[in-house]
Design a protein around this ligand. Structure first.
Ligand SMILES: [Zn+2]
Length: 331
């Protein structure tokens, strides 16, 4: 989550620096919009479904896989709807800025089961709209089920957070994510049969304690959530554990040899397999201490290592972690 907050914070700093003249403020606001608006065409290589609307862009990123993108907000969260013959699985429910269920129901009439790639707020926002929800059985997850308060997520609906204006239907003064509950818990290795399509649950802790990847072995697809996406990888949250993340990447690299596509939870709906191997070697360099950050903003350290960018912190690199039983930090 929050992989792009680094740009956002930079914009805020520029806004505050330029606050003495309206000329500068206008310039900064224009550039921040432009930066976020650039994302509108990131996925143009995939067919845009006519189920898209003014907020959600829906791409058929593989046969029977619909990637539901929120391109007008800087997180650019992606929820993937994976369709079988009997039911469909919605892997994440987005920001909860506008309801996602009407879009999902335009794509399929099949019964929907929700599973989250992890329970950071930008992936569980629409959970409360659904009645069938699977989850990892952890105190971290259960704590996050209470929802995220407005104070924790207000920055995500600030003026600068959007390409253009905030969408009609959103109250930016009260935006929060609603509480939800799970019907059933899932664990590593469990198979979910959608009819003609089997998804294997991989518990892949690191980015968060409850991170999940989904493997569609028959089609060679791996849904990686925030463990890997095609953008700056966010290893900054105090609940992130880099030992776990390293082990997870090692495990996923083994799987990557047998698949053709990766589907991350931000920015780009689908990329070719091969990127996890790069993450592995770049992560080793990051953790060895042999490279220096290219930029530091507050506690955030940005590293660019052999084509992979990480946003992390000294604390994360030193293995400091908050009490994960109390849920997410909101970062
Ligand atoms: Zn996340």
């Amino acid at each position: 989550m929050n992989h792009k907050i680094i740009n956002y914070l930079y914009i805020l700093i520029l806004v505050s620096m330029g606050a003495c003249t309206s000329e500068k403020i206008n310039y900064v606001e224009d550039s921040s919009f432009a930066e976020i608006c650039k994302n509108l065409h990131t996925n143009k290589a995939f067919p845009l479904s006519d189920t898209s609307d003014d907020w959600f862009q829906v791409y058929e990123s593989y046969e029977g896989v619909y990637s539901i993108v929120e391109p007008y907000q800087f997180q650019m969260s992606i929820s993937h709807l994976i369709i079988g013959t009997d039911k469909a699985l919605l892997f994440d429910t987005g920001m909860g800025i506008l309801p996602i269920k009407p879009i999902v129901e335009r794509i399929t009439n099949l019964p929907i089961t929700v599973l989250n790639s992890h329970t950071h707020f930008d992936h569980v926002g629409g959970n409360a709209e659904f009645s069938e929800i699977l989850a990892i059985d952890s105190l971290y997850t259960k704590s996050n089920m209470q929802g995220f308060k407005h104070e924790e997520v207000a920055g995500d609906v600030a003026l600068e957070a959007f390409c253009g204006e905030a969408p009609i239907g959103l109250n930016t003064d009260t935006y929060h994510t609603r509480s939800w509950s799970a019907n059933e818990y899932v664990s590593d290795g469990q198979k979910i049969d959608l009819g003609g399509r089997i998804l294997e649950v991989m518990h892949v802790p690191g980015h968060t304690p409850d991170a999940v990847a989904l493997l569609d072995a028959k089609n060679g697809l791996l849904f990686t959530g925030d463990t890997f996406y095609d953008d700056n990888l966010w290893l900054f949250s105090p609940e992130t554990n880099l030992d776990d993340y390293s082990n997870t990447i090692d495990r996923l690299v083994e799987v990557e040899n047998k698949i053709q596509y990766l589907f991350g939870a931000h920015t780009t709906a689908r990329v070719d397999a091969g990127r996890l191997a790069l993450v592995k070697t770049s992560l080793q360099k990051l953790r060895s201490g042999s490279t220096k950050p290219v930029k530091e903003i507050g506690e955030r350290q940005i590293y660019q290592i052999d084509g992979i960018n990480f946003v992390t912190s000294k604390a994360a690199l030193e293995g400091k972690q908050i009490d994960i039983t109390k849920g997410a930090s909101g970062l």
